[in-house]
Design a protein around this ligand. Sequence first.
Ligand code: S3P
Length: 170
Amino acid sequence: MQHIILIGFMGTGKSTVGQEVARQLGCSFADLDAAVVAREGRSIPEIFATDGEAYFRERESQALADMLNHSTRHVIATGGGIVLREHNRELMRDGGYIVHLAASKETILARVKRDRNRPLLQGDMEERVSKLIQQREGLYDFAHTTIATDNETVVQLAARICKLADGSCK
Ligand code: S3P
């Protein structure tokens, strides 16, 4: 049973596009960040501020493993850092069809600039984004397919993914 798993840097549209893919295919949608927040009963900035990034990564990895165990096909939107752990990359590769949503640095900055919900982007945002893009170079390449999100609408992107992923839930 293959899930459809969206990976990609912050601001590439994983949650928005994922919801639309799920709608078009009639599949359930699951959002990893939202799952962690629900389990913890506090926001991502609060988790980072109180317990640090390492704690968040543990909770995120646990939530991913649980999510991949769903017995019905889900469209899963991950957080941008889920690819940092090799074990997560392996689990995802085993559990689904993986779509890497990509965007240029300029597009990412335009999309995230007013967002206060991303602790890793606090401070000089352009510098933070550049640095993280560099640090994560190659980590999204294990996806089955990569789609640039800069110039297409959410509905168009979702339709492309539905075609590629092949298999509705209806
Ligand atoms: C993170 C991305 C965020 C969230 C957390 C860390 C990252 O999710 O999981 O702030 O390390 O790239 P989005 O990619 O949905 O913004």
